[in-house]
Write a protein that binds this ligand. Sequence first.
Ligand SMILES: [Zn+2]
Ligand SMILES: [Zn+2]
Length: 334
Amino acid sequence: MAAVFLVMLYEYSPLFYISVVSLCFIITAAMVLGWFGFDVPVILRSSDDADSSWNIPEKRMVQKTNPFSLQIGITPSSVAEGMALRPGCLERCVLSCYWGCSVQALQAALHTHQHGLILSTPQVFQEALHSQYQHCQTFHVAKGDLEECISQMPADLGAVDFGLMPRSCYPLVALLTLADEEARDVYDIVANVTVVHVPDDKYRMSARILFQYLLTAQGNMFELKPLFMSAEEGGQVDLSGPTPAMEEEEEPGAEGMEPTAESEAEGEGTPGVGRDCVVCQNAPVNRVLLPCRHTCLCEGCVARFQHCPMCRAFVLESFALSQQLPAGEEEEDE
Ligand SMILES: [Zn+2]
Ligand SMILES: [Zn+2]
């Protein structure tokens, strides 16, 4: 039957071939047209138009002056030789160093601060710790003094290390508080608690700041975290200035209080200005992306990205480093 059909088709061969070729042409043309007809505009759209509509929520910020700054000194440090700390304060301060401070006691003390007992003096802090530390040393720091304070455990305590990981005590907890009563009314931030790792025989990782908390007069606690920004131009300023520009993130527990504060030292230039946006290379960096904290975009480019251009992390929120745009910027464009 099929053979008869094929023989019959063969007899009409020119017509058969023409129709087969025409059919193939129509199918191919439909596929090609369909392909371009749908895909080309999609490519065009995804590169420009679609992305520009991202609306990254703006994080509400309140600018606060942080009178405290504490950095690790340049002198090599260890538990046996002591630890060099470099405070830089806007007012007269007291630096109290608690060696071998119990982790639990510190957490409990910070907890009491958030429940009414404001840790604004070393005495209150000491009481809140219930003396669960091995040694305490106090320094008086003058206003604007950048000299290193070298704190050391007394040799007669015989402490050379704080045991193996996981430890029950922090090597060193440094507390900065305002020395003058009147100054406590000026600043919202009344204390800076810095947890420092000090190398010893059991754990030789170099000295570094593990955590830094700011305590406010209202009984709130904020963790100070660094921003990640290019250090090519003027980046050194951030490291050597009395108070490095840091951003203070709202604690999840601090309900009702929105002020996520950005602290900046007086006299320090606005950070970010003069540094080029990594995308357009044409405007100063002014946007901090959260939660990755990369500071690499200008005001104009931030709306085009849903993911951080540095680490590809999804951007949940962003905030501006400085509210006012540099005055020279608009004039140049005109
Ligand atoms: Zn840009
Ligand atoms: Zn990032």
